[in-house]
Ligand binder design. Structure first.
Ligand code: UDP
Ligand code: MG
Length: 320
C-alpha cells in the first residue's frame, strides 16, 4: 500500500506543474515515501493537460485526471479523493503557494499522532490584503458556527487519513469546509500545523472577493443541510406542526366562544365571517401541506443516488 497520495487541483497552472511535481517527488524520495501525485485538471483553458500528460509519461507516480470542463476546486479534490490509495492523503494547491517541504511532518501527524485531519495555517500569509481581511472574518464565523478551533479553514495544504476522504463527499463550494465535513462524519480529531506560504509565482488567483461572499452563503446552507438534509421531515414537519397546532387552537377558541355563549345568539354564518376563522383554516391547510412536503422530501432523499457532479474525459497512469 502506498504511504502518501498528493492530490492537486489544477486550473490554468501550466507554468508551475513541472516545478511542483519535481519538488514533491524530491521530498518523497528524500524521505523514502512510496507515493503518487494525482493531478486533477479542472477544465483548464491553457496547456495544463498537455503538461500533465507529459509529466506522467516520465514518472509513473504522476497520475492525471482530465475533467470535461471546469467544475470547481471541490469537484477536483473529490475526484482525487475517489482515486487516492495512500495511507495519508495530502492536498496542495498547484500554484507553488503551498510548500511540499511540509509533507513529512503532516504525514507524521496523521500516521503517528493519530489525527484524522491536519489543516495548514498560513500564519505568515503572502496574499493581497483584499484576500487576507475577508479571510480573517470568514475564519472567525466558521470557527463560531462549527466549534472547530482552526485559524485557516481555507488553506489548500491539508492532510487526511485515507478513510476520511473516502467517507466524505466534497461538492459545490465545500472545499472550504472539509474539516466540518470530516467532523460531521465522525472524524473529530482535527489538528493544525503552521505552514510556510509563498506568493503566487505564475498566473493569477482564481478566487476573488465574490467567492468569499458565496462562501458565507455556503456556510449557512451547509449548516442547514447538515442539520436537515437527512431528515427534511424534521424541519418541514416542525413548521407544519406549529402551523397546524395554531390553527387547531384558534378553532378551539372559536368553538369555546360558541358553546359557552360568549357570543350568544350568533348564527353559524357569523362565525364563518370572522377573520379568525379564516386564519384558522389557512393555518390548518398549510400545516398539512408542509407535513406532506416534508414526507415527500424524506422519501426522495432516502432514494437519492450518489451520482457525482462532474464528468471525467480521460485518466492517465491509473491501473484501477
Ligand atoms: N482551482 C481549481 N478549480 C477552480 C479554481 C481553482 O482546481 O475552479 C485550483 C487552482 O488551480 C489552485 C487551487 O485551486 O491549485 C487554489 O486556487 P488559487 O490559487 O487561485 O486560490 P487562492 O490561493 O488565490 O485562494
Ligand atoms: Mg493560490
Amino acid at each position: 500500500m502506498l504511504q502518501i497520495s498528493a492530490v492537486v487541483p489544477v486550473f490554468n497552472e501550466e507554468e508551475s506543474l513541472s516545478e511542483l511535481t519535481q519538488w514533491i517527488s524530491r521530498v518523497m524520495n528524500d524521505h523514502g515515501f512510496s507515493y503518487e501525485i494525482i493531478l486533477v485538471n479542472d477544465g483548464s483553458t491553457d496547456d495544463s493537460w498537455a503538461e500533465i500528460s507529459c509529466l506522467a509519461k516520465d514518472n509513473g507516480n504522476i497520475k492525471g485526471i482530465n475533467f470535461t470542463r471546469n467544475y470547481g476546486k471541490s469537484a477536483a479534490l473529490d475526484a482525487g479523493f475517489q482515486k487516492a490509495q495512500g495511507k495519508v492523503v495530502i492536498t496542495l494547491d498547484a500554484d507553488l503557494q503551498d510548500s511540499p517541504d511540509e509533507i513529512p511532518e503532516l504525514f507524521q501527524m496523521i500516521h503517528e499522532q493519530g489525527y484524522d485531519v491536519v489543516s495548514g495555517w498560513k500564519k505568515e500569509r503572502h496574499d493581497p490584503i483584499t484576500k487576507t481581511i475577508p479571510s480573517r472574518f470568514f475564519n472567525a464565523v466558521t470557527r463560531w458556527i462549527s466549534g472547530i478551533k482552526l485559524h485557516d479553514f481555507n488553506c489548500g495544504l491539508k492532510a487526511y487519513k485515507l478513510k476520511v476522504v473516502k467517507n466524505i463527499q466534497v461538492y459545490g463550494e465545500m472545499h472550504r469546509y472539509i474539516p466540518l465535513l470530516a467532523k460531521w462524519n465522525g472524524f473529530g480529531k482535527i489538528g493544525e500545523k503552521v505552514v510556510q506560504h509563498q506568493a503566487r509565482k505564475y498566473g493569477v488567483s482564481k478566487f476573488g472577493i465574490e467567492r468569499f461572499l458565496n462562501g458565507f452563503l455556503d456556510l449557512i446552507s451547509v449548516s442547514f443541510v447538515h442539520r436537515y438534509k437527512k431528515k427534511p421531515m424534521h424541519f418541514f414537519g416542525l413548521l407544519g406542526t406549529l402551523s397546524f397546532v395554531s390553527g387547531f387552537l384558534i378553532t378551539c377558541w372559536l368553538i369555546f366562544q360558541k358553546i359557552y355563549g360568549l357570543k350568544k345568539g350568533l348564527e353559524v354564518r357569523e362565525i364563518v365571517d370572522q377573520p379568525l376563522f379564516f386564519l384558522a383554516l389557512v393555518a390548518l391547510i398549510i400545516g398539512v401541506q408542509l407535513f406532506v412536503t416534508g414526507f415527500i422530501a424524506e422519501l426522495m432523499t432516502s432514494n437519492q443516488s450518489k451520482e457525482s457532479e462532474y464528468k471525467i474525459d480521460e485518466e492517465i497512469n491509473f491501473d484501477y
